[in-house]
Design a protein around this ligand. Structure first.
Ligand code: GLN
Length: 537
C-alpha cells in the first residue's frame, strides 16, 4: 500500500483539492489502482449540516454520505465512486474515541490526543486503504499547516510514515509563490517558511506544488530545492489555467508520474490522457447557450459546484458552450425580465423559505414562455407548487416545509421523516433506483427502464394530489421502485420541461454528463435557434 499526503501552506484556497484530484487522475490513468480521501479538521461530524454559503456545496455519495465538495472533484477526476469513509473529520474521530471510552474499551487509561486520537486517525486511514484495495491512496489534509485543528492529523500522518515500510508514504506540500513588482518577481520566502513549519512537525515534504500565475522560473525551482531539501524534479509549478481539467496535463509535463513511481519503486507506466477531445471541445466550443441558474447562494458559486461541473461536462462532450447566468431568486419576485434573455432555466436544490417564491416564479416563467426548463430537488418541488397554484387553481398551494398550514400541501414530509428531530444524516439520502416510465421524455433521455440516482431530501410530492396533477397534464415519468414516490416530472405536450427529485448533478462525469443537464442544453440550443430565426427579417 502506498500513501500520498497532500498538505497546504501559506494561505488557504490554493486549490489543494484540484491538485489532489489531478494527481489521482494522472496515476489512475497510468494503470494504477487509486483512491482518494479528505481530512476535514473541523468539529462537525460531516458536511451535512453545513451552510453552503460558508462551505460550498454539500456533496452526496452513492452510500448516502454527505461530504465535502472535494469528494465530488475526486469522483469526477478518478471516474470512480467513493464512500463516506473517504471523508474524515475531527467530529467523527472524537465521537468514536469518546464512544469507546464510554464502553470502557481503554481499560482505565487516560484517553489522550496522542496516542488515542492519532491511533483512531491512522485506523481510519488504513481502513480506507484496505477497503478500497487500492495501490495508492491520496490523503488531502484540509486547512493550512499551522492550524491548531489540523495538528493531531499531521501528527498521525507523521506516525504513519514511521510505521509503514520505507518509501511508502510520500508527502506533498502546496504553497504559493507570490509574483511582486512590475517585473513579477517570484518570491520563494513564504514557501521556505511554510516548509519549515511542516518540518517542525516532523514532516519532510517530498514534492512541493508551487501555485503561481505564470510558469515557475528555473531560478525559483533551484532556490526552493536548496532551502527545502526537495530534489528539483519534485518542485512542480502549477500556474493558473482556464479550468481544473488542464491541471493534470500541466503536472504530467513536469515528470510528476516518473518522480512518484521512482519514489515508490514502482514499474514505470505511461499516462494516457482520456480528456484530449474533451478539452478540445472546452477550448473551442462552437455554439453557445445562456443558462440561468436561479438560486439563493449565487454570491458563492461553489454552492452550486456540481451543476457548474455538469455543464462543463456537457460542453466537453458535445462542443456546445454554456454561459451560466447566475440569478438571485429573491430578486425574481420583483422582475422576471432577466429570464427573458436566457435560453434555458435551471432551478437547483435548496432548503428553507428564503428565495422559494422567486424559484416558483422562474418555473412559471419557463412554463408560460416555453423556455427550456430543468428543476432539481427543490426545483422539482417548486415546479409542482407552481403548477398547483396556476394550472390547477389551488391558490396558496405550498410545501409544508414553507407553510405548515397550507390548504393544499402538494409537497409534504416523507412519511418516514415524521418525528425525526436530528438534522444530521437523516434525510432520504444517496443512490436509489428510479423506474422510468415508457413513452415519456424521460425515457427517451435515459433510454432505460431503471436508473440509479442520488438523493437528498425530506419532502416529496404528496401522494394525495397525484391524480389531480396527472389529470391536469403534469406527468410523473419517473417513480421510485415501489411506485409511490414521484421522481421525475414533465408536462404533456411539452418536450423541454423536466424536473427531477434526485440530484443528477452528483453523478455527472466528464465523459458521461448528467443526462438531464445535457438535455437542457440541447433544448436550449434548439430554442435559441428558433428565437433567432423568428427575430431575423
Ligand atoms: N428542502 C427540500 C426537501 O428537503 C429540497 C431539498 C433539496 O433541494 N436538496 O425535500
Amino acid at each position: 500500500m502506498h500513501y500520498i499526503v497532500i498538505t497546504g501552506g501559506v494561505i488557504s484556497g490554493l486549490g489543494k483539492g484540484t491538485i489532489t484530484s489531478s494527481l489521482s487522475h494522472i496515476l489512475s490513468n497510468s494503470g494504477h489502482n487509486v483512491s482518494a480521501m479528505k481530512i476535514d479538521p473541523y468539529i462537525n461530524y460531516d458536511a451535512g449540516t453545513m451552510n453552503p454559503y460558508q462551505h460550498g456545496e454539500v456533496f452526496v455519495l452513492d452510500d448516502g454520505g454527505e461530504v465535502d465538495l472535494d469528494l465530488g472533484n475526486y469522483e469526477r477526476f478518478l471516474d470512480r465512486n467513493l464512500v463516506t469513509d473517504n471523508n474524515i473529520t475531527t467530529g467523527k474521530i472524537y465521537s468514536e474515541v469518546i464512544r469507546r471510552e464510554r464502553e470502557g474499551k481503554y481499560l482505565g487509561s487516560t484517553v489522550q490526543i496522542i496516542p488515542h486520537i492519532t491511533n483512531e486517525i491512522k485506523r481510519r486511514i488504513r481502513k480506507v486503504a484496505q477497503t478500497d484495495s487500492s495501490e495508492i491512496l491520496l490523503i488531502e489534509v484540509g486547512g493550512t499547516v499551522g492550524d491548531i485543528e489540523s495538528m493531531p492529523f499531521l501528527e498521525a500522518l507523521r506516525e504513519l510514515n514511521r510505521e509503514e515500510p520505507r518509501n511508502s508514504v510520500l508527502f506533498c506540500h502546496v504553497t504559493l509563490i507570490p509574483e511582486v513588482g512590475s517585473n513579477g518577481e517570484q518570491k520563494t520566502k513564504p514557501t521556505q517558511h511554510s516548509v519549515n513549519e511542516l518540518r517542525g512537525i516532523g514532516i519532510q515534504p517530498d514534492i512541493i506544488f508551487c501555485r503561481l500565475k505564470g510558469q515557475l522560473s528555473e531560478e525559483s525551482r533551484k532556490k526552493i530545492s536548496l532551502f527545502t531539501d526537495v530534489p528539483e524534479a519534485g518542485i512542480i509549478g502549477v500556474p493558473d489555467v482556464k479550468s481544473p481539467y488542464w491541471v493534470p496535463e500541466v503536472m504530467n509535463k513536469q515528470g510528476i508520474l516518473q518522480y512518484i513511481e521512482n519514489y515508490f519503486e514502482m514499474k514505470p507506466a505511461i499516462f494516457t490522457d482520456p480528456w484530449k477531445k474533451y478539452k478540445e471541445n472546452l477550448h473551442h466550443a462552437k455554439e453557445s447557450v445562456r443558462i440561468a441558474i436561479v438560486g439563493k447562494y449565487t454570491n458563492l458559486l461553489d454552492a452550486y459546484m456540481s451543476h457548474k461541473e455538469a455543464f462543463t461536462h456537457v460542453t466537453g462532450t458535445t462542443g456546445i458552450g454554456v454561459e451560466i447566468v447566475w440569478l438571485d431568486s429573491d430578486k425574481l419576485k420583483e422582475s422576471t425580465a432577466e429570464l427573458a434573455t436566457v435560453d434555458g432555466i435551471l432551478v437547483p436544490g435548496g432548503f428553507g423559505y428564503r428565495g422559494v417564491e422567486g424559484k416558483i416564479r422562474a418555473c412559471q416563467f419557463a412554463r408560460e414562455n416555453q423556455v427550456p426548463f430543468l428543476g432539481i430537488c427543490l426545483g422539482f418541488q417548486a415546479a409542482v407548487i407552481e403548477y398547483a397554484r396556476n394550472a390547477l387553481g389551488l391558490a396558496g398551494a405550498n410545501s409544508t416545509e414553507f407553510d405548515a398550514n397550507t390548504k393544499y400541501p402538494v409537497i409534504d414530509l416523507l412519511p418516514e421523516q415524521e418525528g425525526i428531530s436530528d438534522m444530521g444524516g437523516t434525510m432520504r439520502l444517496g443512490a436509489k433506483p428510479v423506474t422510468v416510465r415508457k413513452n415519456t421524455i424521460a425515457h427517451s433521455i435515459y433510454g432505460s427502464d431503471t436508473i440509479s440516482e442520488r438523493h437528498r431530501h425530506r419532502y416529496e410530492v404528496n401522494p394525495k394530489f397525484i391524480g389531480d396533477f396527472e389529470q391536469a397534464g403534469m406527468l410523473f415519468s419517473g417513480v421510485d421502485d415501489a411506485g409511490i414516490r414521484m421522481e421525475i416530472l414533465e408536462l404533456s405536450g411539452r418536450k423541454n420541461f423536466i424536473a427531477t427529485q434526485y440530484h443528477s448533478e452528483f453523478k455527472s462525469r466528464p465523459l458521461l454528463p448528467s443526462r438531464v443537464h445535457k438535455y437542457l442544453v440541447e433544448m436550449a440550443l434548439e430554442y435559441r435557434k428558433v428565437k433567432t430565426d423568428e427575430g431575423s427579417p
